[in-house]
Write a protein that binds this ligand. Structure first.
Ligand SMILES: [Zn+2]
Length: 496
């Protein structure tokens, strides 16, 4: 099997290290009927060149309550928006125009504005405006540039204004994305989004453009991303007039397919595409590759990812003078894969060698494979039996921690399912008379994984450490874990 291609561009933080050399090779998977609502949009480079007439200037507002847009008007050389219109979708609001005064109630907050003044009073405290307050037809107009400071006074939480591009984020609502070349097929580019997206797709010679007019998409660390792919060398993020765009450069016509409930967009060469469910994975990435051997290369999808924790320089716990946790976890992982495969569950061991793999890489890789369940294996010398962990997600405060935020709460949408997996595995372990504790912990990379995810920490059943390397004990544990996953298989398969 070919080794995993390098070319990972994790754009949310910094570029990730390469996974070259990790085996077994992993195939980029085709859409699977269980999880995919696949919508394929095929454009040819020759088809269209969208020439949009410049739209009126407007402000896009993203919030948990609603996403909406408002016109931006220019007065006296400044951009203005109506404050009542802006607050209206967010809460209970009323305004009274009594020129030159204009008062607005938002929930329990009173704002007091005066025409021609560049300061106002909100709840009796002064608030500076970047330009004079205006009233037009009873509408109170505030300068756009002041919204970043003005709105938190009404909303009691953060509001982030992208003034240049006319985008306003209320609270911590941003959608982040990553982009990476498919692990074994450098002609495919995969975008992962932290929330479902539904951009419009347009192509012109040499480019495919995704336009996000409703989604609170935010910029990666660097607006220009390069992928080291001949067919898709780079992509650029930009935003203007209330929309965000990702412009992907391609040397061949590209098609976009949506999956994972709109959280994944895969770009691939249009001409080598036969259907949404048969993505060819040619061994030769040349775009002109004939489709002759496609049937032999229909990718396989892994249902389960088993992660042997630690590895390489990270030895994990020193279980004894000679026994490192990283070696025990690999042994358990291989056995668990065998038990799962025996039950018809396709399984990938994420670390099947003594590789160094960062937690980010493990999570990112798992998220990329669209597996239904992720199981991290740990071993411990203290305690008895098995501890089962599910993620304890960070408290969601209104403090915006930027692009890392959604990465740390990626598990949010699957946490209930993860707990169900843990409960099912616990039941099976107890049937084998194994002591079990189920715990929640802020344990990485569980937090970062979008699918059902648990960590299994195995300790000896008595105080005899040699159990950890005993085939019988490993068999007992992995059989129970596999049974627990099989018992909940239908539920896992039905998950998005
Ligand atoms: Zn460990």
């Amino acid at each position: 099997m070919p080794s995993i291609r390098e070319a990972f561009a994790r754009v949310e933080t910094a570029a990730l290290g390469c996974l070259a050399g990790l085996s077994p090779a992993v195939r980029r998977r085709a859409p699977n009927g269980l999880e995919f609502l696949s919508l394929c949009i095929l454009f040819s480079f020759a088809v269209l060149l969208v020439s949009a007439t410049p739209p009126e200037k407007h402000l896009s507002i993203y919030s948990t309550a609603a996403n909406y847009s408002l016109p931006i008007v220019q007065r006296q050389g400044h951009d203005y928006v109506g404050l009542l219109e802006l607050l209206d979708p967010l809460g209970t609001v009323s305004a009274k125009s009594d020129p030159p005064r204009w008062r607005i109630h938002y929930n329990n907050i009173l704002g007091d504005f005066t025409v021609g003044k560049n300061h106002a009073r909100i709840q009796g405290r002064d608030a500076d405006l970047s330009a004079k307050f205006l009233i037009e037809n009873g509408r109170g107009l505030v300068p756009l540039a002041s919204l970043g400071s003005l709105l938190p006074r009404f909303l009691g939480g953060p509001a982030t204004l992208h003034e240049e591009s006319g985008r306003l984020f209320i609270g911590s609502i941003a959608t982040h994305f990553t982009a990476s070349v498919a692990l074994d097929d450098p002609s495919q580019l995969i975008f992962h989004f932290t929330s479902p997206v539904n951009p419009s797709v347009a192509t012109e010679p040499g480019h495919l453009r995704l336009t996000f007019s409703r989604e609170p998409l935010t910029s990666p660390a660097s607006p220009t991303l390069t992928f080291g792919s001949k067919t898709i060398p780079s992509a650029t993020y930009s935003e203007s007039n209330g929309t965000a765009q990702i412009t992907v450069s391609g040397t061949v016509p590209l098609m976009a397919s949506f999956s994972n409930d709109g959280r994944t967009i895969t770009l691939s060469p249009a001409k080598s595409q036969t259907s949404a469910t048969a993505v060819p994975a040619p061994s030769n990435p040349a775009p002109q590759e004939p489709a002759a051997n496609q049937s032999a290369s229909i990718p396989r999808r892994y249902f389960a990812i088993v992660d042997a924790s630690h590895g390489g320089n990270d030895r994990g716990e020193a279980l004894s003078n000679t026994l490192a946790e990283k070696d025990v976890t690999v042994a358990f992982a291989r056995r668990l894969r065998q038990e799962l495969e025996n039950r018809g569950i396709s399984t990938l061991v994420l670390r099947d060698s003594d590789a160094n793999l960062s937690l980010d890489e493990r999570a990112f890789f798992t998220n990329t494979t669209h597996a239904a369940v992720y199981v991290a294996l740990h071993a411990a010398s203290n305690g008895h039996g098995v501890r089962l962990y599910t993620a304890l997600l960070p408290y969601t405060s209104e403090d915006d921690r930027g692009p890392f935020r959604s990465w740390t709460t990626a598990q949010q949408s699957s946490i209930t399912l993860s707990q169900a997996v843990a409960a099912s595995v616990a039941t099976e372990l107890r049937k084998q008379q194994i002591a079990v504790r189920t715990l929640t912990a802020p344990l990485r990379p569980l937090n970062n994984i979008v699918t059902a995810a648990i960590a299994v920490e195995v300790a000896p059943s008595a105080s005899d450490l040699s159990q950890l390397t005993s085939p019988d004990y490993q068999q007992l544990i992995t059989t129970a874990v596999a049974n627990g996953i099989v018992a909940i298989r239908a539920q896992l398969g039905a998950a998005p």
